[in-house]
Design a protein around this ligand. Sequence first.
Ligand code: GLY
Length: 565
Amino acid sequence: MRSKKTFSGLLFGAFCLELLVSFSATGQESNQFKHAAVVTAHPEASKVGVAIIKKGGNAVDAAVAVQFALAVVYPNAGNIGGGGFLVYRSKTGQSDALDYREKAPEKASRDMYLDAKGNAITDKSLYGALASGVPGTVDGMVKAHTKYGKLSWKRDIEPAIELAERGFPVTAQQASELNSHKERFLKYNKKAIAFVKNDLWKEGDLLKQPELAKTLKLIRDNGRKGFYEGTVATAIVNSMKQTLGVITAADLKNYHAVWRKTVSGKYKNYTVISMPPPSSGGIALITMLKQVGDYPLNKWGFQKDSTVQLMVEVERRAYADRASYLGDPDFFKVPQAALLNNDYIKSRTDGISFAKATPSSEVKPGTLPLYESEQTTHYSIVDSEGNAVSATTTLNGSYGSLVVVDGGGFIMNNEMDDFSVKPGTPNMYGLVGGEANSIVPGKRMLSSMTPTIIEENGNLRMVVGTPGGSTIITSVFQTILNVLAFGQDMQAAVAAPRFHHQWLPDEVFVEKGAIDDTTRAKLESKGYKITPREPMGRVDAILVKPNGELETGADPRGNDKGLGY
Ligand code: GLY
């Protein structure tokens, strides 16, 4: 371990006085912490999480504080107008899964995004109020806090209010994202909104959100009623009326997050604990890890041809199963036990040949084009007692539906696009689905979010997750293998270039730097189509090292930050 000295005095904002930032002897910021660690998509949110733990809060208090802080400082995915999943593991090894995924409104219907000829009108499920599901985040946070929180609800939410009122300096990446969405924001919002300036955003400009601060105060003072009833609910319903949305006051009042049983399975001597349906992530991840577990990946080499081939082939099969068998378990009988049956899992690898690629059409029929953008966000937390939270939360697309609730100051999701708008037609991520994921009022749309916790011999080993739409599952899969199969440290594992296959389209998508030229040539000669693409995922993770120290991995693809003490 690098030697480090800890000192205080670095001021980063309201909570900086609470923080001790660790630096190595070389002056480089350390990513190793003795007591607690928080990794999120924005430095301000990470600071909030650490400050809450230092005030005596536990991992769930920190998660609640981080979730609300991200709604302020990371508005393209942090949210109160969206939903998410949270996987919790207590210091004594009990695990729990919270589903605060959005639901289809009561007025939703199976064909609501189809034209008269029965073709999908894609933009309709992507932009504007009709794209929104009933938001789940606020009820999710209330339920998490009620069951596990230690500090008061008010205390957990206060830092977000302060950030919204005081404002925070946008990063260069955020300035550029806000600028590139300006026209679309103007199209979907008739009144002035905090995210649009007359001139362009520059790095360091202060983003203040007084309307959002008012909403957060109502949530602080009234809990779930502060959002699902009263002024905020009325503002959401009015917003819907003005922009052809269908969410009603009854939809909001009736929304309830649910506790579910985590899915778990073995990879070598590790136990993988993850999110069950309506996420597809946990089942797919466990399946793929089990399938590669008996092969000598390390001997074959990191991102070498046999390694990549095997990983791509198991990804192809997992995504084919996802399309047919996975949906909201409250509406569709998900064959979970069968999908996680060891014999079934092994049988899915039977047809894999190392001589050539298996065409996806032989795994399941179908062909499709690809996607647009992916915005979700993940945070990983370990508190000073060893409790852990892995949570992934989303508006779906970047800035969701782009509709900012007038008077509420927050963005509504466009999660309805995660349903199979038309069976066989790809969604924004190029994913196809069938009946299991068709639109039904009150149903939750299938997700790929994969918040995951890993144990080794009954002890906490890793907390991991990522945004990235359909690439979430494969990014988590690779990050876990980077550490457990290839021995990388947490930061290297998170930063390593990634590749992705999702059955359809039948292509291996590769980030810059993933898969060297020789390996690529070998794979192409076996029939794999390799397609370069933009960065995928932003993995934020924490590794518990053998000496008990916490090592953070914050994805350099964004402004992500690991902090702790
Ligand atoms: N909205 C992305 C997902 O839930 O998978």
